[in-house]
Design a protein around this ligand. Structure first.
Ligand code: SF4
Ligand code: SF4
Length: 306
């Protein structure tokens, strides 16, 4: 069995902020919770969430002979910027180059280092890109717990983290026991959500969640949905901003997640921004996922409500 310390050391060399390993197994609790969430329609129009259910629960269906899941975290916490605090606001995770690419490159680097040290290893890297329950695997690897806002919370890094996995066909000693829930009696995220989208601890109704409405929803927003944006034209950080674990988390400023152009972005730049300007400013950022029209309609409606 491969010692987990070597895997964690290699992940640290690559530049990840945290790494943990767990054995591939059945996600019994998550299976029930996920089924219940889907059956109540809390996934809104995200039909893809209901697909590939068995695959989501069993990595061996994605990677033949999968034995271990290596989970890694990379912090994107940053100082407050004008565009994260003054409407129309953009979620912190989107203020840099697209994290999928940066994380994938780092995961490929980690895989090469593992192969160089331990020989032939088969596996795949995942960053939001496949039917993988990334938060559940990170919890099993001892990297944190799922907060009441349904984000993974790491005691040192908070919840402003990108999560990635390598699912591999080698036996690696698991890193540690799971970290118990440390939310305690706190309900700040539930109380702060302007739309009451956190129905109960760890249950978020996407239909009411700003991040779903201004990014994922594909059909045009209704008047009521525009009125639910609460100043956010892309994503929403409210339930993370109020979390005490994020206040004490260190800022890492990873260079691969920085984009100086966006650091200086002012909310008023959205007024009359052309499509060409938008694409120049946000090329290769997550905002391209929603696209010019959707972001500008949201930004305009926020200006009108001011
Ligand atoms: S992201 Fe915003 S809208 Fe969604 S649950 Fe958190 S506070 Fe509520
Ligand atoms: S705000 Fe409080 S309840 Fe919500 S995730 Fe953070 S610690 Fe947990």
């Amino acid at each position: 069995m491969i010692p987990n310390q070597r895997i964690v050391a290699l992940a640290t060399e690559v530049g990840f902020d945290a790494c943990g390993v767990c054995v591939v197994g059945d996600l019994v609790e998550e299976k029930d919770r996920f089924k219940d969430w889907i059956s109540k329609g809390h996934h809104a129009e995200m039909a893809y969430m209901a697909k590939n259910f068995e695959m989501r629960m069993n990595p061996a269906l994605i990677v033949p002979n999968a034995k271990s899941v290596i989970s890694v975290l990379l912090s994107y916490k940053r100082e407050d910027l004008s565009i994260t605090t003054n409407p129309p606001k953009i979620s912190r995770y989107a203020l840099g180059p697209d994290y999928h690419g940066a994380m994938k490159l780092m995961l490929f680097d980690l895989m090469s280092r593992i192969r160089a040290e331990f020989g032939a290893v088969n596996g795949r890297a995942f960053v939001d890109s496949a039917p993988v329950l990334e938060r559940a695997w990170a919890v099993k690897a001892g990297l944190g717990w799922i907060g009441k806002n349904s984000n993974l919370i790491n005691p040192a890094l908070g919840s402003y983290v990108f999560i990635g996995e390598l699912i591999v066909d080698i036996d690696i000693e698991p890193t540690s026991v799971e970290i118990p829930d440390r939310c305690g009696n706190c309900t700040r995220c539930i109380d702060a959500c302007p739309n009451g989208a956190i129905l109960s601890p760890r249950v978020v109704d996407a239909n009411k969640c700003i991040s779903y409405i201004n990014i994922e929803k594909k059909t045009p927003l209704t008047e009521q949905e525009y009125s639910m944006l609460n100043g956010w034209c892309f994503g929403c950080d409210i339930c993370q901003e109020v979390c005490p674990w994020n206040k004490k988390a260190a800022i890492k400023n990873h260079p691969q997640l920085q984009n100086e152009k966006l650091n200086d972005l002012l909310p008023e730049q959205f007024v009359n921004m052309s499509e060409t300007e938008f694409e120049k400013l946000f090329a290769e950022t997550p905002l391209m996922r929603a696209g010019y029209e959707k972001v500008m309609l949201a930004a305009t409606s926020i200006y009108q409500q001011k």
